[in-house]
Design a protein around this ligand. Structure first.
Ligand SMILES: Nc1ncnc2c1ncn2[C@@H]1O[C@H](COP(=O)(O)OP(=O)(O)OP(=O)(O)O)[C@@H](O)[C@H]1O
Ligand SMILES: [Mg+2]
Length: 245
């Protein structure tokens, strides 16, 4: 299985609220996408985290905008006056990540009535598992669209991969749930722990890791992701929000 591939045909505008300067593009399939560039500050590893985490969350029943791979010819940005953006496009020639653009969506601020407590607890468990620190009230990285909650921006998760040398610490790395947008449901997390952990099978992890294109990943790194995630899954006492069962 692999992610669909589209080609960017027009650079529409930059999303300046995003630190990595993602851009809205049109694709040759008539789709509109938020493009996350491999040439941005964190490099292709941020896109690797987007794919592993986004596709894992999707398979566990959460809403994540569809992810595709996107071929970029930097020439599509030639009328864009901003030099920083020109440089980013040139650095990002080749394959980037396209996130389905959700028109009219707005940032989650707690006022919309979604999600229910079970979903909040699930999101908290999963963010703790992948060490996603980007889900605070300051920056929820949750969008409300058609009255449902959509999860975006998982590029900062799995940050152990920026230093594989010390990656074994990831296994038991604590998670600070107090900063999480759903910290108030932490006590409900141990109650869903066994079910969620059992749902994350080696086959499921292998499947989502297999979606990463070779262009973004070094030889042997797929096995490393699998090894570290499997070890963290097996040893949940250190990081489980709400305390171990
Ligand atoms: N699929 C989408 N549909 C609509 N708007 C989106 C989508 N993805 C991102 N956005 C908007 O663009 C903003 C930046 O996107 P995102 O958080 O993915 O980028 P980032 O550069 O990783 O940001 P951050 O500064 O949070 O690290 C989001 O906060 C949201 O407002
Ligand atoms: Mg963000």
């Amino acid at each position: 299985m692999s992610l669909p591939i589209v080609t960017a045909t027009r650079y529409v505008l930059p999303l300046r609220e995003g630190g990595s300067l993602p851009g809205v593009v049109e694709g040759n399939d008539l789709g509109t996408y938020v493009l996350k560039f491999h040439g941005a500050g964190q490099g292709p590893k941020a896109l690797v985290a987007e794919v592993i985490v986004g596709e894992l969350f999707r398979r566990l029943g959460l809403r994540v905008p569809e992810l595709k791979l996107c071929e970029l010819d930097p020439a599509i940005g030639k009328s864009e006056p901003d030099e920083e953006i020109q440089e980013l496009l040139v650095r990002s020639a080749g394959l980037n990540l396209a996130v389905d653009f959700l028109p009219g969506s707005f940032g989650y601020d707690g006022s919309s009535g979604v999600p229910d407590n079970a979903t909040r607890a699930k999101i908290l468990w999963l963010d703790a598992f992948v060490a996603n620190v980007d889900r605070s009230w300051r920056n929820t990285n949750l969008l409300v669209w058609h009255k449902e909650l959509w999860l975006i921006d998982h590029g900062a998760a799995l940050y152990f991969h920026h230093s594989w040398m010390s990656a074994e610490k990831f296994t038991g790395l604590k998670y600070d749930a107090s900063d999480h947008v759903f910290s108030t449901v932490a006590r409900a997390v141990p109650g869903i722990d066994a079910e969620l952990a059992a749902a994350i099978t080696p086959d499921l992890l292998t499947e989502v890791i297999g979606l990463i294109p070779d262009e973004w990943i070094a030889d042997g790194d797929r096995e490393r992701y699998l090894g570290h995630l499997t070890a963290r899954l097996a040893d949940r006492t250190a990081w489980l929000p709400g305390g171990a069962r």
